[in-house]
Design a protein around this ligand. Structure first.
Ligand SMILES: [Zn+2]
Length: 142
């Protein structure tokens, strides 16, 4: 293990689909399957769980952009229906597939940088003083 890595920005690691710590190891072992750990620095990718975040952002972003362009083109050029089918569906599918990997890698890198993980309840050891508990004494003026 080499300790001379310069941590990349999360956007840089994401766009290149690389490890968020060293920026060199590959993040994926398949098209969207995350590798167990970094092949270069050994960072475990067990923390990585962007769930449906990448799909949501890609679907929304690509969908809005392509449909807006489509609506504009239909009004301006009035293309035949077959031409609309031949361009809009490949554009939607192609752009979603092209952006899904870097979007997922970027969200994993953001998870790593911000140490985001599932919420856990931690007791403070005092009854009624933990977490988001409602403070009755302040609310009742006493
Ligand atoms: Zn690494």
């Amino acid at each position: 293990m080499d300790a001379t890595f310069v941590q990349p920005t999360s956007l840089s690691a994401g766009l290149r689909c690389r490890c968020p710590r060293c920026g060199e190891g590959r993040l994926f072992s398949g098209f969207l399957r995350i590798a167990p750990s970094c092949e270069r620095c050994g960072l475990s990718f067990a923390f990585a769980d962007p769930a449906d975040g990448p799909a949501f952002f890609v679907m929304s972003g690509v969908g809005i952009a392509v449909i807006a362009l489509w609506a504009w083109a239909v009004v301006v050029f009035q293309p035949p229906l077959w031409a609309q089918f031949a361009t809009v569906f490949p554009a939607l599918i192609g752009l979603c597939l092209a952006t899904l990997r870097p979007m997922k890698a970027w969200l994993v890198a953001e998870q790593y940088v911000h140490k985001a993980e599932e919420g856990r309840w931690a007791s403070t050891g005092v009854h009624g003083e933990g977490g988001f508990a409602f403070d009755r004494r302040k609310a009742c003026g006493g």
